[in-house]
Design a protein around this ligand. Structure first.
Ligand code: NDP
Length: 401
């Protein structure tokens, strides 16, 4: 028996489990299951060495609803924290419903054969979770996750209404490799090569991938090129904060990353439809993932900082104001604390925090919730206490692009 069952033993799962073990007063029992049990065992060994806490480990194929339901019934957690891949979201939600436990994740469900980044499949579970009196908390990572909570915190404390919201995601880290992605390569490349979309006056505006670029000077990192992209939290934020006229998402990429990606795309290596190779069907992007470095292996060599935050412009007492709220995270500090680089750290820590708020009953609800629907205050407090301190400052005016 354990109070929380984490599924997925990648970089994010590793950070979340380490941080749960460091908060044993909140998490009284931790179980970790994944497709490859040896990865769970390696994380459990590191957790034991760093914290003295035991983590129970299991093998599971989370695409198999019956097997996952049986595992949940065996472990008897209050909450399942899904840190596997977006492909597993619906099967794990089905298993949680069958076993009668709460659900949480950090990324929206993705069908394997099409890059969509849409919430419709998970929102369709609303009634089923409600009927069972269970909560599904969606998107408790950094983006979505912290950036969504930053927006609701600004709306609660600094602005009466938000007119424009820009999410700025900068990874100023250098892993020393010619080309690597800092989270699951398949999901990362699907996301980056999808057309850019932003929300403007009640409509989606679509532009080709990686064609709109701006330079921004990020504290702790310096000036970086950032590109307009689609990101899933735009869909949920425009739904839950409907007064926002414009929501955009920007991510920084170095020139070498863009050059490699352009070549890979031009030669067809980022395709997600199967091709026949020596009589066998393979998906080029899945093959590419197999030859790229595992994100979890980048931790030891990555140096530099991430700086991720929101710039929001809106009205306070009838006067227009602009606020910038952000977190800076150091790759080497993240690695020293948990054995993982900052991208996994900035996702795994908010996953631990979301889970803590659910298991303690501080965040409660029946149905499916995106993170911005919940009270931002306890989450923001825990960010400061658990390794992701944030800062907020007023800017002299709105963004000039
Ligand atoms: P990894 O690829 O490092 O880890 C994924 C883990 O899930 C692996 O251990 C993998 O097993 C396991 N897994 C895959 N398929 C199954 C399955 N069918 N059953 C059981 N386990 C399975 O990814 P990350 O740790 O980098 O990312 C984890 C999640 O976090 C992803 O959904 C990603 O999209 C999300 N994310 C969210 C962010 C945010 O800010 N919101 C940012 C970064 C990531 P195996 O080891 O056998 O391959």
């Amino acid at each position: 028996m354990a109070q929380v069952l984490v599924i997925g033993a990648g970089g994010v799962g590793s950070v979340a489990v380490h941080k749960m073990a460091m908060n044993a007063d909140i998490f009284t029992g931790i179980a970790l299951a994944s497709r490859t049990k040896s990865k769970c065992d390696a994380i459990a060994a590191s957790v034991k060495e760093r914290t003295g806490v035991d983590v129970a480990t299991y093998q599971i194929d989370a695409d198999d609803v019956a097997a996952t339901t049986a595992l949940i019934n065996d472990v008897k957690p209050v909450l399942v924290v899904n840190l596997a891949l977006p492909y597993q979201d619906l099967s794990i939600m089905d298993a949680c419903l069958a076993a009668g436990v709460h659900y949480m994740d950090t990324a929206n469900y993705e069908p394997r054969d099409e890059a969509k980044f849409e919430y419709k499949w998970q929102w369709a579970y609303q009634e089923r979770f409600k009927e069972k009196g269970l909560m599904a908390l969606l998107g408790s990572g950094f983006d979505p996750g912290v950036t969504s909570v930053f927006a609701t915190w600004l709306k609660k404390h600094k602005l009466d209404t938000i007119r424009t919201l820009d999410i700025l995601d900068c990874n100023g880290g250098d892993h020393g490799q010619a080309f690597a992605t800092n989270f699951n390569p398949e999901i990362n490349i699907r996301e980056v090569t999808a057309p850019a979309r932003h929300w403007l006056n009640g409509e989606w505006v679509e532009t080709p991938a990686l064609t709109i670029r701006q330079q921004f000077d990020f504290e702790g990192v310096g000036p970086k090129n950032m590109y307009l992209m689609y990101h899933e939290e735009i869909e949920s934020l425009k739904t839950h904060l409907p007064e926002i006229e414009r929501i955009r998402f920007w991510m920084t990429f170095g020139d070498a990353y863009i050059t490699h990606l352009t070549v890979l795309q031009n030669v067809g290596m980022t395709r997600i439809d199967p091709v026949v190779y020596e009589g066998k069907e393979i998906v080029p992007l899945q093959f590419l993932k197999a030859v790229l470095p595992e994100p979890a292996s980048l931790g030891a060599t990555t140096k530099g900082k991430t700086n991720i935050g929101d710039i929001a412009t809106g009205l306070k007492d009838g006067v227009e104001k602009t606020f910038y709220i952000y977190n800076i995270c150091d790759h080497e500090d993240a690695f020293a604390e948990t054995g993982n680089q900052a991208i996994s750290y900035t996702t795994g820590v908010p996953a631990m925090i979301g889970a803590a708020l659910v298991v303690q009953g501080l965040w409660k609800g029946e149905g499916v919730f995106n993170i911005e629907q919940l009270d931002p205050d306890p989450f923001m407090d825990m960010l400061n206490q658990h390794g992701l301190p944030w800062q907020v400052k007023e800017l002299s005016g709105p963004l000039q692009f």
